[in-house]
Design a protein around this ligand. Structure first.
Ligand code: SER
Length: 394
C-alpha cells in the first residue's frame, strides 16, 4: 500500500466521513483526566467521554467524532518495536445509544476500503466468541460474513474495558496484513496482522464483584491509532517512519548515532515528554510527574550507553516546536527545553551519588545486591531500584 495521504489528510478524511454521517466533532481533551479520575493519563478517545457512555446526554448529540491524544504506559516496554508509541493520537467515533455495532462496522469497512483505498483482501477481523457471562457477538459475525471478511473468534482479546470495573463490552478488531506475500493464518496466529481499528459494543458495566449490568444505553465506541494507520497507508515499515516523524528522522541521526530500536525509543520518549510537559506536567517522584521522569531517564540511559557527553541541550528547537504545534500546545519551546535540561542535571547528580555509594566495600563484592540492600539504597540514599540495577546489574 502506498498512498500520498498525509497524516493531516487522514484526519480530515476520517472526520469528514463521520460528519457526513451525522457525527459532530468534539474537541479533544488534554492528556490529563479530570481531577478524581483514578487513571493518571487519558488512555483512549473514549476516556474523556465516559460520563456520556454512562448515560449523561452529550451537548453535541448522540453521534460524535474526535481526535484525542493519549498516553499508554502499559506499552512502555514495547516501544522500540514497529507499532507502539507512548503518546499517540487516536481517531474515534461514537454512537451514544444511537446506531448499533453492525452499522459502525459497516461504515468502518467502507471508510477503510473506499475512503482510504485498502484492498479488502488484506483485512481480517476478530469477533467476541462468548464466555460464561456473555453470549457470542453474532451481530458482528453476520455483518463480516456478509462483507466476505474472514473472522476469527476469540474471548479475552475481544472484550474491552478501561479497568477492572466500569463500562466495557465485546469488541470487533480490524487487522491489516503487513506481510510481503499473500495473507496467511489469523490475527492471533501471525503478528504480521496488525490491529488498526477497534469497535467496542460498550453496553455493560462491570461492578466490584465482577458481575455485569447493562449500561443505561447501548453505545458503540471506536478507536483507531493515527500514527499506526498513517505508517501503514504510507507504506512504511514502522510508526516511526510515518510523516509525523519526518523531522525526527532528519534531525536526530546526525546528532546522535543510534541503532534503529534506540532511535525509536529516544524519538518516542522525547516526543512524549514534550507533549506531557506541554500539558503542564513537571518531573516529580509521584503520579504524572513520575511518568515524565521515567521517560526522560529511560531515554538518557539509552543516549549515554555509547557516549556520556550527550545532552538534551543539543535537542533541536525545531523538534520541540514541531511537536507542540502538532498537538496544538501553546507553551514556549524554551520552557520545554529548560524542564528537560533541569531533569537531565538532576539525573546526572543522582548517578554520581549512586556510583559513589555503590563503590563502598559493602556493595562492591561479587554477590548480588539483596532486596535489603536495594531498600537501603532507596530509603537512605534516594537511589531508585531501576537506577541501582542499571549501575550494578544482578
Ligand atoms: N476504547 C477502545 C480502544 O481504546 C476503542 O476506542 O481501543
Amino acid at each position: 500500500m502506498n498512498t500520498r495521504l498525509t497524516t493531516e489528510e487522514i484526519v480530515r478524511t476520517f472526520v469528514e466521513y463521520y460528519e457526513d454521517r451525522g457525527h459532530r466533532r468534539v474537541t479533544g481533551s488534554t492528556l490529563l483526566p479530570p481531577p478524581g479520575d483514578p487513571v493518571l493519563f487519558t488512555t483512549s478517545g473514549m476516556h474523556p467521554l465516559t460520563p456520556y457512555l454512562e448515560g449523561r446526554p452529550h451537548p453535541l448529540g448522540r453521534r460524535l467524532v474526535n481526535v484525542q491524544r493519549c498516553l499508554r504506559t502499559t506499552d512502555l516496554d514495547e516501544v522500540g518495536d514497529t507499532t507502539h508509541l507512548t503518546v499517540f493520537e487516536m481517531l474515534g467515533s461514537w454512537s451514544l445509544g444511537d446506531y448499533e455495532g453492525p452499522q459502525s462496522l459497516d461504515w468502518g469497512y467502507g471508510l477503510l476500503t473506499d475512503g482510504f483505498g485498502i484492498d479488502p483482501r488484506l483485512l481480517h477481523v476478530t469477533v467476541f466468541g462468548g464466555d460464561e457471562q456473555t453470549g457470542p457477538d453474532t451481530d458482528s459475525l453476520d455483518l463480516w460474513q456478509d462483507r466476505g471478511v474472514p473472522v476469527e473468534l476469540t474471548t479475552e482479546d475481544n472484550w474491552w474495558s478501561n479497568g477492572p470495573t466500569g463500562p466495557c463490552g465485546p469488541d470487533s478488531e480490524i487487522f491489516l496484513w503487513t506481510g510481503d506475500g499473500p495473507p496467511r493464518s489469523t490475527p492471533t496466529g501471525d503478528d504480521r496482522w496488525v490491529e488498526i481499528w477497534n469497535h467496542v459494543m460498550m453496553r455493560h458495566r462491570r461492578l466490584d464483584d465482577g458481575s455485569l449490568v447493562p449500561l443505561p444505553q447501548r453505545n458503540v465506541d471506536t478507536g483507531l491509532g493515527l500514527e499506526r494507520l498513517s505508517s501503514l497507508l504510507q507504506g512504511r515499515r514502522s510508526v516511526f517512519e510515518c510523516d509525523v516523524f519526518d523531522p525526527w528522522r532528519r534531525l536526530l541521526p546526525p546528532l546522535w548515532r543510534l541503532d534503529e530500536p534506540s532511535l525509536r525509543l529516544v524519538g518516542d520518549h522525547l516526543r512524549s515528554s514534550v507533549v506531557v510537559i506541554g500539558d503542564g506536567v513537571r518531573p516529580s517522584n509521584t503520579g504524572q510527574g513520575y511518568v515524565l521522569r521515567r521517560l526522560v531517564r529511560r531515554l538518557l540511559t539509552v543516549l549515554w550507553r555509547d557516549d556520556s557527553s550527550r545532552t538534551l541541550g543539543d535537542l533541536p528547537d525545531e523538534l520541540v516546536r514541531h511537536t507542540l504545534d502538532r498537538f496544538r500546545q501553546r507553551l514556549d519551546p524554551g520552557v520545554v527545553r529548560e524542564v528537560l535540561l533541569d531533569e537531565e542535571r538532576r539525573f546526572v547528580r543522582l548517578l554520581e551519588r549512586g556510583r559513589q555509594v555503590l563503590s563502598r566495600p559493602r556493595f562492591r563484592g561479587p554477590d548480588r545486591l539483596s532486596e535489603e540492600d536495594l531498600h537501603y539504597l532507596h530509603d537512605t540514599h534516594g537511589l531508585p531500584r531501576d537506577l541501582v540495577l542499571g549501575l550494578r546489574p544482578r
